[in-house]
Every structure is written in C-alpha cells, then in structure tokens.
Ligand binder design. Structure first.
Ligand SMILES: C[S@@+](CC[C@H](N)C(=O)[O-])C[C@H]1O[C@@H](n2cnc3c(N)ncnc32)[C@H](O)[C@@H]1O
Length: 221
C-alpha cells in the first residue's frame, strides 16, 4: 500500500495572495509610513559592502523599505504577491525611477533572476508565510542569484512572540490563529541556523529587545 503524504497546511500560492489582498484592502495604511526598524539595522550592512548595486526585495508590500534603498541610489526590484500592495507602491508619488515593482510570488521572482546577478536579497517579515518546501527552495534560489559576497538580509518572527502558540498547531512552530486563514511560522535559533546552513555564512544576527524578531544577515561564500 502506498503511503499518502500528509496534506500541507498551507494553501496554494494564489490563495495566499488573495488572502494578502483582502488584508491590504481592509487597511489602506498597511505597511505605509516610515521604513521598518529592520531597514535601520540592514542599511549600514548593505552600505558598508556595496556603495551602489542591485537589490531584490521579496514581500515588499507597498515598498517602504524598497523606497528607502532606491532613494540612496540602489537599483531595487520590489516583489509582492499582493496585487493591491503592488498597485499602491506603483501609485505612490515619491517612487524613484530606479525602483521597479513586480507582482509575483517570491519563488517565481527568484527563478526569473539571472545567476550571480544580485548584490542583495532583502526580505522583511515574509518567510514566516512560506510552506517548508517553498522556504527551502527560496533559500536555494537566493544562493544562486547572489554573486559571491552578496548579502541575504532577512527578518522573521521568533517563537518567543506571545502570539506564537495561539490557535491550531498545524506543524512544528506553525500555528493557524484564525480558522480559514493561512498559517504562520515562528522561528527559533536552530531553525534560522539550519536555513543559513543551506549555503551561506552568517554575518550578523540581532534579536532586538521586545520585538520577538530575528534579524539575520548572511553572505554567499
Ligand atoms: C508582513 S508583510 C511585510 C511587508 C514589507 N516587507 C514591509 O515590511 O513593509 C509581508 C508581505 O509579504 C507578502 N508575501 C507573503 N508571501 C509572499 C510570497 N510567497 N511571495 C511574495 N510576497 C509574499 C505579503 O503579501 C506581504 O505584503
């Protein structure tokens, strides 16, 4: 008898994108406003290595961090699977010419990117929303698209977050807080280290007090 593989708790990518659209449509100010605290941490790491360069931001939302990087001269492609978020990013009056928005999912954007072509891949608060196989494939693709010495800057929620553990446990460190919505993954030190071990060297890790986020900078050897 053939074993039936367990059903993934994650909906397909189109369904996740539709769920993101509903959230953006319900909140016109979502991820608008000043750049994130993660970008305050990440920006000096980028600047100290690449004075100018090519950056891919995954899960950019309307682009508050992408805009910050493009405004100081980086050429930035900001990708999000939410059509609503990307439309807002494109419509913003202060979008500099070297910032391009693209509506697609993270893995497709990476697969469409040339090998060794990027200085930085940047992902703030996105990888918590990816199923296991997609998360692993994203890391493999990030390694491919970065040139040696390129930076992978990523921020993910920690298992210390008081919200972790609320709702239905659907996989280790993954909970669905509200029935009918996509689940959410939280990270512990071992899980971030295991992802870095997929082909990167750790440059820096920060666990900012009170935020329940991991800030991570990895380098492609
Ligand atoms: C928590 S928000 C953060 C937005 C942005 N990084 C910021 O800090 O302003 C996560 C974003 O990731 C997007 N996202 C989630 N999964 C994605 C995927 N597989 N491909 C592309 N975007 C994705 C969501 O639509 C959402 O805009």
């Amino acid at each position: 008898m053939t074993a039936v593989p367990p059903r993934s708790p994650w909906p397909a990518v189109a369904e996740r994108a539709a769920a993101a659209d509903r959230i953006y449509e319900g909140d016109p100010d979502r991820f608008e406003g000043p750049p994130s605290r993660f970008s305050d941490w990440a920006y000096p790491l980028i600047r100290s290595r690449f004075h100018l360069g090519q950056i891919l931001e995954l899960g950019s939302g309307p682009g508050r961090d992408a805009r910050r990087l493009a405004n100081v001269g980086y050429v930035v492609t900001a990708v999000d699977h939410s059509a609503t978020a990307i439309a807002r990013g494109r419509a913003a009056a202060d979008t500099p010419p070297q910032l391009r928005f693209r509506r697609t999912d993270a893995l497709t954007a990476l697969r469409d990117t040339l090998t060794d072509s990027l200085d930085v891949v940047y992902a703030h608060a996105v990888y918590m929303m990816l199923p296991d196989d997609e998360l692993r494939a994203v890391f493999e693709q990030v390694r491919r698209v970065l040139h040696p010495g390129g930076l992978h800057l990523w921020a993910v929620r920690s298992t210390t977050d008081p919200i972790a553990g609320q709702g239905e446990l659907v996989a280790p460190d993954v909970w669905r807080r509200t029935p009918g919505t996509p689940p959410y993954r939280y990270f512990r030190r071992e899980s971030i280290d295991a992802l870095t071990a997929l082909g990167f060297e750790r440059v820096a890790t920060e666990f900012p007090s009170g935020l329940h986020f991991w800030y991570i900078a990895d380098r492609r050897p």
